[in-house]
Design a protein around this ligand. Structure first.
Ligand code: GLA
Length: 373
């Protein structure tokens, strides 16, 4: 009787959470780091055949295969066939997990509790994506979860890239039954610090390596953005998108206004800006919807984050040799990096990115894939 009731309780508990054990996970070697450290690649496949491959180097989403309107699968993220490509210093964060601080910190420094912290200058005079050896350039420790998720852990030492505090970051990737890639980020620290984690996948819904994303139709749930200076650092202003080429509140082709004579577009060489989401409250809120009409592929993004960096691959130049020999020219992909605003540690008016001992940084971003026939 006692045994029966504990089974019943266990079933009730299982009923209360979403279990995705239908996801199959396999593991393979992906290559070795110059110091001999073995890098692994995990393949997650859900019950509908959605397949994501994730590398322990940089937590990178190496490939993501989804069906088009005829059921034909294609890999819709840019990347490389082997670890070697990811080790190229010119590699622009393909699929990578970004930390400790996504996007830029102006003049490579910030002040916290009255103390100035100096960071590496790896983007002109500024710090980009956590410094010269950010979370995209380290090997994470994997753990397969019973529900079919892949958990990656990295412990960044106190002072790593100039940031204070030992930061323990734990990131989990899951494919859900609803054809979503769900990424959960958590972090804890032993000293007051700042943190802003994201994923830097380069999407092309026609299939990576099949032309530009200028014809992709984008909706961004953002009625304001943060204009930038010539170093792409926010000026501090929150500018309404209405009446500007930054208005994607209604579905609009990405290329429709990208060449307009607009100062902000010129500074970004296209779109490379932080959009302030209209979401309210906590929990997941809508970020973006991207549709590509020839394949019918649709991607919807939801996040707990307050903002998203919309980047149109303006620094891509076709020189890197990607998967299957594909090259990735100018504007061959788009990034939607859910995040807190760039340079927040230097802008007290922006939502805070501070994390204190005893607190847990916790964010979630979901990419949902479907087709429109
Ligand atoms: C982000 C930045 C861009 C660029 C890319 C990587 O999206 O905002 O300016 O640095 O990363 O190339």
């Amino acid at each position: 009787m006692i045994a029966f009731s504990s089974v019943a309780v266990a079933l009730l508990l299982v009923g209360a959470v979403t279990i995705h054990a239908a996801t199959k996970v396999s593991k393979a070697d992906f290559g070795k780091m110059p110091d001999g450290t073995q890098v692994q690649i995990f393949t997650l496949t859900n019950e509908h055949g959605l397949e994501a491959r994730i590398s322990t180097y940089g937590g990178a989403v190496v490939s993501l295969k989804t069906p088009d309107k005829t059921g034909q699968m294609a890999d819709i993220v840019q990347g490389f066939d082997s670890l070697e490509g990811y080790l190229d210093p010119k590699e622009p964060y393909f699929g990578a997990l970004i930390g400790r601080y996504g996007n830029r910190i102006g003049h490579a420094k910030f002040t916290l509790d009255g103390k100035v912290y100096n960071l590496p200058q790896n983007d002109g005079a500024n710090t980009l994506h956590g410094g010269s050896k950010g979370f995209d350039k380290v090997v994470w420790t994997p753990r397969q979860l019973p529900d079919g998720g892949l958990e990656l852990t990295y412990i960044s030492k106190d002072g790593d890239q100039g940031f204070p505090g030992t930061l323990k970051a734990v990131v989990t990737y899951r494919l859900t039954a609803a054809n979503e890639l769900k990424i959960d980020y958590t972090a804890t620290t032993d000293k007051n610090t700042v943190v802003n984690l994201t994923n830097h996948s380069y999407w092309n819904l026609k299939g990576a390596g099949s032309g530009t994303i200028l014809d992709h139709i984008l909706t961004l749930h953002a009625s304001k953005f943060t204009p930038v200076d010539s170093g792409l650092i926010p000026t501090g202003e929150l500018k309404p998108v209405a009446g500007t080429p930054f208005d994607f509140t209604k579905p609009t082709a990405i290329g429709a206004r990208i060449e307009q004579n607009d100062e902000q577009l010129k500074l970004g060489k296209g779109y490379d800006h932080n959009f302030v989401l209209d979401r309210t409250g906590s929990g997941l809120g809508p970020v973006a919807r991207v549709e590509e009409t020839t394949s019918g592929r649709v991607m919807e993004v939801e996040s707990t984050e307050p903002a998203v960096q919309f980047y149109t691959g303006n620094f891509l130049d076709g020189t890197l040799k990607g998967k299957g020999g594909h090259t990735y020219p100018f504007r061959a992909a788009l990034c939607l990096e859910t995040q807190h605003y760039p340079d927040s540690p230097n802008h007290p008016s922006f939502p805070t990115t501070e994390l204190k001992p005893g607190e847990t940084y916790k964010t979630t971003t979901v990419y949902r894939f479907s087709v429109k026939k």
